[in-house]
Design a protein around this ligand. Structure first.
Ligand code: IMP
Length: 547
């Protein structure tokens, strides 16, 4: 039976009662001058709602007129440098060393290398990021003509592979004279013979500058196991291995400067005088972006440091911070900061708000600072408190151009440290705040600490040498295994793209514009709304986030 208007026992309005209109859109336009939900200023009215953080609000859905694959996540990280995705890893000693920095950059983001180590070690990490070429082994094991067969066999069992290039000096950038393969040494019984007696000298090589695709082609055709790459004088510069061929993934989003084949490198320094020498080493290693690491960035020390960096290294971009208010931001922008890092007390391993009584809820902090900084073309990083894809989108919706994650990435294969099994039987990795007592204690016991280089360390962000009592601002703990960032970061990217599609914006830029022109709308979430928005009422469930 079909029910026409007025038939349902008087429950539906009659035709006469329905207003005189032709479409819902006309009524919307005629009778509803403001859009549903709250604009960003009404949302963040702290008189009405208190100071909000990510879990306290939602973004309202918009109109989907395009596929998620059309969404662009390209975004600036400093005034001059843009990335294809808005994802940064934190400069913490349990999060970002060269391996994380390389992979974050390959995947379109940026890893900021921590400075809780000697300046030389940090510069070496920067060098590794700059010298990284996907597929090319830039620090192959190289042997000299004097190496014996026994030593080559030993190297094979240590490294788990054979196939060592032999150069005149036994080092990279020296003249290539041969290659020793597993087969060459396997059945050679005179162990004391030099490798020159067994090595192959009819070599297939490729010149420096060969692209990965070209080199792979040469390797495929040559039927050899290794392809040495040599410069015009015949010196070995890198190596390509057949066994790596299948592992050579394509990284279309990789973060590189225009006209450069190298990944972008970023690292932190503090604000002391000795940090100037550290920065010199980092710049010599090829650094592109320096992040000045202070938990409260609005200080005479940081302002002077920013001015010094801008004057001394005009080619380097400087990110200042951390800040959570317009006034703090204004000082750093005036000093010349090319980007700002926002967050105080929002980090997952952070107890700053509890101990120091200072800080600001992150959503409000991000909006206050980034809406001000945008007037000067200074992009902002929402740093800390990112627990999921939704938080990334909310940080961006509040005006940040990028987000920085510590705890979320600490459990990945690419973070420093080994996995271990927790007392509950789960696979975990250590994660600790840079202001934790643990980090401070390390400073006393590590090599750098004992050598007196510890004052260079990242802990200067939270402790000063003259402190008699150490007041911790962070805790030390562990996080669950998350697998490799090569799977996890693409999941985050896909999640953000889908979220922007639901909001109805095609890019981060459009998100910022539509939040500012009040077409993207928000809603405050009550406590019960938050409970409703999470899994509830299930006896048990498995929260698998991606496959
Ligand atoms: P997460 O992503 O929520 O784990 O936060 C990471 C951020 O926490 C870092 O990028 C730092 O800004 C901040 N952070 C790191 N260590 C500490 C600490 O010991 N105390 C306070 N904040 C910290």
């Amino acid at each position: 039976m079909t029910i026409s208007n007025g038939d349902a026992q008087g429950l539906l309005p009659t035709k006469a009662e329905i207003q005189d209109f032709t479409t819902a859109l006309e009524v919307l336009e005629r009778d509803y001058p403001t859009r549903d939900g709250l604009d960003v200023d009404a949302l963040l009215d702290s008189d009405k709602h208190g100071a909000l953080t990510y879990n306290d609000f939602l973004v309202l859905p918009g109109y989907i007129g395009f596929p998620a694959s059309d969404v662009s996540l390209e975004t600036p990280v400093t005034k001059r440098i843009s990335l294809k995705t808005p994802l940064l890893s934190s400069p913490m000693d349990t999060v970002t060393e060269h391996n994380m920095a390389i992979h974050m950059a390959l995947l379109g983001g940026l890893g900021v290398i921590h400075h809780n180590c000697s300046a030389e070690d940090q510069a070496e990490m920067v060098r590794k990021v700059k010298r990284f070429e996907n597929g090319f082994i830039l620090d192959p094991v190289v042997i000299s003509p004097k190496t014996t067969v026994a030593e080559a066999k030993e190297l094979k069992s240590t490294w788990g592979f054979g196939g060592f290039p032999v150069t005149e000096n036994g080092t990279l950038r020296s003249k290539l004279v041969g290659i020793v393969t597993s087969r060459d040494i396997q059945f050679h019984t005179s162990d004391e013979d030099p490798v020159t007696q067994v090595m192959s000298t009819d070599l297939v090589t490729a010149p420096a500058g060969t692209t990965l695709a070209e080199a792979n082609e040469v390797l495929r055709n040559s039927k050899k196991g290794k392809l040495p790459i040599i410069d015009k004088d015949g010196n070995l510069v890198s190596l390509l291995s057949r066994s790596d061929l299948r592992k050579n993934l394509h990284y279309p989003l990789a973060s590189k400067l225009p006209d450069s084949k190298q990944l972008i490198a970023a690292a932190t320094v503090g604000t002391r005088d000795y940090d100037k020498q550290r920065l010199q080493l980092l710049v010599d290693a090829g650094l592109d972006i320096v992040v000045i690491d202070s938990s409260q960035g609005n200080s005479i020390y940081q302002i002077d440091m920013i001015k010094w960096v801008k004057k001394t290294f005009p080619q380097i971009d400087v990110i200042g911070g951390n800040v959570v208010t317009r006034e703090q931001a204004a000082n750093l922008i005036a000093a010349g900061a090319d980007g700002l890092r926002i967050g105080m007390g929002s980090g997952s391993a952070c107890i700053t708000q509890e101990v120091m009584a200072v800080g600001r809820p992150q959503a409000l902090a991000v909006h206050s600072v980034s809406s001000f900084a945008a007037r000067f073309g200074v992009p902002c990083i929402a740093d800390g408190g990112i627990e999921n894809v939704g938080h990334i989108v909310k940080g961006l919706a509040m005006g940040a151009s990028t987000v920085m994650m510590g705890g979320l990435l600490a459990g990945t294969t690419e973070s420093p440290g080994e996995y271990f099994v927790s007392s509950e039987g789960q696979l975990v990795k250590a994660y600790r705040g840079m202001g934790s007592i643990d980090v401070m204690e390390d400073r006393k016991t590590t090599k750098a600490g004992k050598e007196g280089k510890a004052q260079n360390a990242g802990t200067a962000r939270y402790f000063s040498e003259k402190d008699r009592v150490l007041v911790a601002q962070g805790v030390s703990g562990s996080v669950l295994d998350r697998g490799s960032v090569t799977k996890f970061v693409p999941y985050l990217i896909a999640g953000v793209e889908h979220s922007l599609q639901e909001i109805g914006v095609k890019s981060i830029k459009a998100l910022h514009e539509n939040v500012n022109n009040k077409t993207v709308r928000f809603e405050v979430r009550s406590g019960s709304a938050q409970a409703e928005g999470n899994v509830h009422g299930l006896h048990s469930y498995d929260k698998k986030l991606y496959s």
